[in-house]
Design a binder for this molecule. Structure first.
Ligand code: ADP
Ligand code: MG
Length: 256
């Protein structure tokens, strides 16, 4: 199928098996939240999908194609971290432009030497500027483009991180607890913005959160993970009203 397929993925760190055979099919454009107690393997799974970590066994398919051995930069995915992971010495605009510059560098390296000497760099720079401006506008940070991350609030920094994810126009966004460093009010506001982004982009979202309300309100489906396995993946009302197992009910807080 198209979309994102996780096929029986396992992961060991030394003796410890952190992922014990995770399988999940996510359709194009679907918003799936991944919830579960701390340490159950959510971030590890996301990092494996992104190509930042290798699985021990199993496969990841994007649009039907295995991405085994494909570098993170080539996977057509964007990941957003809880810690923002911005470059402190670069301006907001330069931070957002990083993936575009890397992409251009990659494609230049694939050209024969003579191709690298051809003009066109200036036109491409203008394109990058336009793409950055567009992303910044969408996230309402256009007035902050010249600032450094250190001069921004947490909410603004997370929007820059979202802008940097957005500018690649990826097929899928992987978000690892992107709102957990924000205060309650900003969290509600940024949550609404992420939902709006999903609506406008029609891209696939895999969203790790420990906030049940977030998962319940934003998702097409919720995957409940425990001890390196997905116990249930279903629409929010099904997970809540008809949990497969007692562990799911207890975690979600369904009435017993
Ligand atoms: P979650 O995001 O659900 O809190 P993680 O995926 O971060 O969980 O971690 C799952 C388990 O794997 C934890 O027990 C963690 O200590 C372990 N782990 C994660 N990364 C590493 C690593 N690089 N080396 C060893 N153990 C790790
Ligand atoms: Mg985590």
């Amino acid at each position: 199928m198209a979309g994102l397929s996780i096929e029986n993925v396992t992961k060991r760190f030394g003796e410890t098996e952190v992922l014990k055979g995770v399988s999940l099919d996510i359709a194009d454009g679907e918003f799936v939240s991944l919830v579960g107690p701390s340490g159950c393997g959510k971030s590890t799974l996301l990092r494996i999908i992104a190509g930042l970590e290798d699985q021990s066994s199993g496969d990841i398919r994007i649009g039907g194609q295995s991405v085994a051995g494909q570098r993170a930069a080539d996977r057509n995915l964007s990941m957003v971290f809880q810690s923002y992971a911005l470059y402190p010495h670069l301006s907001v605009g330069e931070n957002i432009a990083v993936p575009l510059r890397m992409r251009r560098l990659n494609s230049l390296q694939r050209l024969p030497l003579v191709g690298r000497l051809l003009p066109g760099t200036r036109a491409q720079s203008r394109d990058i500027g336009q793409q950055v401006a567009q992303a910044a506008e969408m996230l309402e940070i256009a007035h902050l483009l010249d600032r450094k991350p250190g001069q921004l609030s947490g909410g603004q920094r997370q929007r820059v991180a979202l802008g940097r994810a957005l500018v690649r126009e990826p097929a899928a966004f992987l978000l690892d607890e992107p709102l957990s460093n924000l205060d309650a009010k900003l969290r509600v506001q940024t949550r609404a913005e992420i939902a709006e982004l999903h609506r406008r982009l029609a891209a696939t979202f895999v969203y790790v959160t420990h906030d049940q309300v977030e998962a319940m309100t934003m998702s097409d489906r919720i995957a409940v993970m425990m001890g390196g396995r997905i116990l249930q993946c279903a629409p929010p009302d099904v997970v809540y009203d008809d949990p497969d197992r007692i562990e799911v009910a207890e975690f979600i807080g369904s009435p017993k």
